[in-house]
Each structure stands twice: as C-alpha cells, then as structure tokens.
Design a protein around this ligand. Structure first.
Ligand SMILES: Nc1ncnc2c1ncn2[C@@H]1O[C@H](COP(=O)(O)OP(=O)(O)OP(=O)(O)O)[C@@H](O)[C@H]1O
Length: 454
C-alpha cells in the first residue's frame, strides 16, 4: 500500500465522489474520500496524499481556501478543482494558488484521467525538486573552489565582477568541466545568496513521455512553487539548455517577455528578480542558425557568455584540483588525507597532468577515487598512458566496417568503434566525430545510458 499513489476526493455530493473514485480505482490508484473541508484536512495530517480532487463549494469552506490550507500542510500535493459553476475568476484564483487543473461538472472518465495524470506528474516533480534541494543543502561549502590555472583565474575574476548584477549568464563548455559548480558559485556570490538555488537538467526534465505531453512540468512547477511561496529571488540553473524542446523554449521566451524572469533592463518594482543561468555543451549559435534554438532566447541568455575551458587546456591547474578532490574524498570516506596523497607519486602526477581528460573534472575525480581505492598507482599510470590520445596513437585513423548492412547499422558500427577507442567515453566519442551527444545516443539507441558513462 505504501507505494501506491493516493488521491483524496473532497466533495459533499455522494454521486460525484463515487464516480471519481471509480475512475481513480480503474487507474490502479488508491482513493480516500471526504465530504467536507475539515474531513479532508484530517486526512492530510495523517495520511500521505499525492493528489486532491476538490469541489469548489463545500459545506464548511470553499475549495480555494481549502487548497490554501492543504498546500501549507503538504507543499508537494497537486490539486484539481471541480465545480458545477465555473467562473473565470475562480479558475484564475485556483490556478494562481497552484491548482494544476480546473474542471467543470459534468465531466467524463477521459477528463478525470487526463487531470489525474497531469496532477500526478506535477506532484512527482515537486517531490524530486524537494529531494534535490535537500541533497544540495548537504553538499560541502564552496569556499574551496579551485582556480589555480591561469585560464580558470580569468573565469573566476569575471564571475566575481558579474555575480552581484542580476544578469543572465551562459556557461559554455564540455561535459564535466565544472559548470554546475560555477553556477552555484555565482549564486553564492550574488546578492541573493540566501535565496534558493534551483537546478534543472533540461535533458532529464523532459525525458518521460508524460512530460513530453504536458511540457516541461519541472520548469513550470518550479516557477509555480516559487510564486506560491512568494519566492521571487534566487537563481534557476538550466543545465544543457540546448536540449530544451522548442515548445519549452517558446514558453521561456514568453515568461521573459511577461516579466516573470528578470531581464538586465527591468526595474525591481514590477518584476520577479530571479536570475537565469544556463549551460551548454554545444555551439548554441550554430543551433540558432540551424533553426534548432530560439533566437530571442539565445540573445537573452547570451548577454554574458562565459567559456569554461576543458581540463586539457588548463594542465597547470590539474595537480591543485586533484589535491582538492583528494581532500573531498578523504572527507567523504572519513580517512586521513596523507594516506591518499601517499599513493600518488610524481610519476602518477605526471601521467595525470599529461592525459587529455575527455571527461574533464568528473573523469579526474573518478580516476583519483580508483587510485585511492586500488592503491596500485603503476597500473593506473600504464592505463593512462594507453588511454592517451585514444584515436590518433593507435595507428587507426581508419575504421573498417563490413558493407553488408544498411546505412544505419554501418553508422552504428562506426560510432561503437569510436566509443571503444575513446575508452568507452561517449562524450569524447561525440566530440571526436563532431556530432552532438544526443545524436550519438539516438543512433546508438542508448538513451537509457544518457548520463551514465560520461
Ligand atoms: N574548480 C573546481 N574546484 C573545486 N572542485 C571542483 C571544481 N570543478 C569541479 N569541481 C568538483 O568536481 C565535481 C564535478 O563538478 P560539477 O558537478 O560542477 O561538474 P559536472 O556536472 O560534471 O560538469 P558540467 O556541469 O560542466 O557538465 C564536483 O564534486 C565539484 O565540486
């Protein structure tokens, strides 16, 4: 019973309650029934409820005021308002308060199921956001940001200059260069450092079929939740913005035009003032010229572009960053740092500095964890030497593929071979082939692993 999604139906009309209950049970969900506002609130105090169907007119309260009380008790709950007397004003009030749907009686099974699915996806998105925020609060503080290389010092000094101004920022760079960390650093250095930092990955936020149907539920929910709690400040970080589907791009442009998101020219009095930071791993300008990315959104985000260099272009910073990552490891695994530093002799550092790091900081962190865990630095050094220049040093700029398949399977074989030569790193393979990662994953038909092996 614990994992079954629960729907609370609150209506004083027994016929309506029974009808909605039947549809909900048909969908395999659990249904709780209440005939008054107070009865409904009692359920919320004692039971775990995902979605509420609320009648607008209840004997002891009205649906809007009940919705308000319910959201105070359970902020993640998603609600559908039902009414026999639909007015534009009550619909607007309900939506403003955070109801995700408003349906007028009489309704049929299809309408209820549609509203139910929509509400369930929003309640799920709410929970995910809450979990994410809770995890982020537990992370290590960011005073330890390492910018030892000359190129990263330039990035850092730019960030120090612009963080206090609420301008949009676009972080450009390969996978794993540390854009997420930089986005959080910008937030911490902004005037809104006590306000929430919300992170949305544009590729996963739209991954489910349901989300495709209803648009970027996570983004909408986030904005809705923030306005509900009267949070109009802070930072929203949109990772991999190039993956935001066209319909969501347009929505975002509309939100910017409507003043829901701050622009560098807007005044404090009539605008929300949260800052947008976006990141991309591709040349977004090219996507604009190919018609894949909205021009106005690009112009807005490109107000302050910051290029984050890959690790191979800041080799002077690899050792200090490596030592910092070792410190993090020793902290996380509750071990003595010296014990870890000991395992990495000068030879290993040299190999680490000379390696090309297609997976950047993330790959460096993984490699250091392996060294620390295995303790056999000579094995790792040899491995790194073999991995060095995965494509060019293996005397195999040529790939031979049997021509007995169709074009798609030949394409797949070539990609698989390049992935193999890049040591299984698909992001590096995509770069080598000068194709977008998502195209590579699509061709390999490997979407489930989309974030797995980078
Ligand atoms: N300059 C840095 N100084 C200290 N730690 C860093 C730095 N860059 C990255 N890290 C650490 O490396 C890990 C990965 O960084 P992050 O999460 O920002 O990168 P990512 O998500 O893999 O990369 P990106 O967002 O660019 O695709 C994190 O634990 C982060 O704290």
């Amino acid at each position: 019973m614990a994992d079954l999604e629960t729907v609370l139906i609150i209506d004083d009309d027994l016929n309506i309650i029974n009808l909605v209950r039947k549809f909900i049970l048909n969908e395999g969900k659990r249904a709780l029934l209440a005939s008054s506002s107070n009865e409904g609130l009692e359920y919320l105090k004692t039971d775990s409820v995902d979605v509420m169907f609320i009648d607008l007119k209840l004997p002891d309260d009205d649906g809007i005021s009940l919705l308000h009380k319910a959201l105070n008790l359970c902020p993640n709950i998603a609600s559908v308002i039902m009414t026999g007397f639909g007015t534009l004003e009550s619909a607007i009030n309900a939506m403003r308060l955070g109801a995700c749907d408003y349906i007028t009686k009489p309704f049929n099974q299809q309408q209820i199921i549609y509203s139910l699915q929509r509400a369930l996806s929003i309640s799920q998105a709410n929970k995910q956001l809450e979990q994410k925020n809770a995890c982020e609060k537990n992370e290590l503080p960011l005073e330890n940001f390492v910018a030892a290389s000359i190129s990263m010092q330039k990035v850092l000094s730019l960030i120090k200059k612009i963080s206090l101004f609420e301008v949009p920022i676009m972080l450009e760079g390969e996978v794993g260069v540390g854009k997420k960390t930089l986005a959080r650093l910008i937030h911490q250095k902004s005037q809104d450092d006590n306000e929430p930092f919300s992170h949305i990955n544009c590729s996963t936020a739209v991954s489910s079929e349901l989300n495709h149907k209803f648009g970027n539920v996570v983004l909408k929910t986030l904005i809705q939740k923030r306005s509900l709690k009267n949070i109009q400040k802070g930072t929203i970080y949109l990772e991999d913005i190039e993956q935001l589907p066209s319909i969501e791009q347009k929505q975002l442009v509309r939100m910017i035009e409507d003043g829901c998101i701050r622009t560098p020219w807007s005044t404090h009095s009539n605008n929300y003032s949260f800052r947008l930071i976006a990141s991309t791993t591709v040349e977004l300008k090219e996507e604009v010229s190919k018609g894949n990315f909205h021009r106005s959104l690009y112009d807005y985000l490109n107000f302050m572009p910051i290029k984050v260099p890959p690790l191979r272009e800041r080799r002077d910073g690899i050792k200090p960053l490596g030592i910092h990552l070792l410190e993090q490891l020793s902290y996380a695994w509750n071990r003595n740092l010296d014990e870890y530093r000991h395992r990495i002799n000068n030879d290993v550092w040299e190999s680490l500095i000379n390696y090309d790091w297609p997976g950047n900081v993330q790959e460096l962190a993984t490699m250091l964890s392996r060294i620390v865990l295995l303790g056999e630095s000579s094995v790792i050094t040899n491995e790194l030497k073999q991995l060095q220049h995965p494509i060019s040093t293996q005397n195999n700029d040529l790939i031979s593929v049997p021509l007995n398949g169709d074009l798609k399977s030949i394409e797949q074989q070539i990609i698989k071979e390049v992935v193999k030569r890049c040591g299984g790193n698909k992001a590096a393979a995509a770069r080598t082939l000068r194709m977008q990662r998502k195209t590579l994953y699509r061709i390999l038909d490997d979407r489930n692993n989309f974030r797995g092996s980078d």
